[in-house]
Design a binder for this molecule. Sequence first.
Ligand SMILES: [Zn+2]
Length: 260
Amino acid sequence: MPLIDSHSHIHDADFPFPKEEVFRQALAENVKKIVCIGVSEDDSETAVKFAENNSSDEVELLVCVGVHPHEAKDFSGDSVRLKKIARHKTVIGIGEIGLDYHYNNSSQDDQIAALRAQIQLAAKLGLPIAFHVRDAYEDFWRVFDEENRNSTIRGVLHSFTDSIENLEKALARNLYIGINGISTFAKKPHEIEMFEAIPLNRILLETDAPFLAPAGKRGKPNQPAWTSMIAQDLANKRGISVEKVAEITNHNFEDLFNLY
Ligand SMILES: [Zn+2]
């Protein structure tokens, strides 16, 4: 069964591998769906164009459009442009959006405003959300719950590495959990324990390429093909086959993004 990379940045002009190489390697590892994730309005437009020009029967490209918390200071705020970009047929979700108080590249007020506006846009369009949250869960859950009064938000916490407490809060809100290379090289007992606690039926596989290359490729730029290494690592740790990991995580992906 083919694998899906649910979070990548291969459309970026600075992506370190030529796209032909990216697709050839992905196919060789049986990765047949790749989601390109936008981080700004411009980048989301780039992702849509990239997907439209490069999607094929062999490797399907899909897109999430959104303004990353790092870029929140430059968000036009009214969502009009993003809404237009989101109408393209390759677009399956809004993201990556959220709060990042680790870097604070945008003010916390700007981040919260951008997050709220984009959650509301996702609700209007009926789209699921790819969230990026780092060192900001207290504010994140407050905003999330305020915006989720009708329990309509569906989403994934991409690159989740936080505490068991926040994992439980995410699961209680029916969110999916995106795991990547970090899960393959986590060494601290509390990190290992947290990854073990994620139910298989809530996991999406992702690379976040070109970032976060898995164990065995660390220090190199990451690529969608290595979704297979994350899947293999998960299979080993859960004592199941890669085939089973693919089956379950593909089902999760299709459920979240309405791709049945
Ligand atoms: Zn990302």
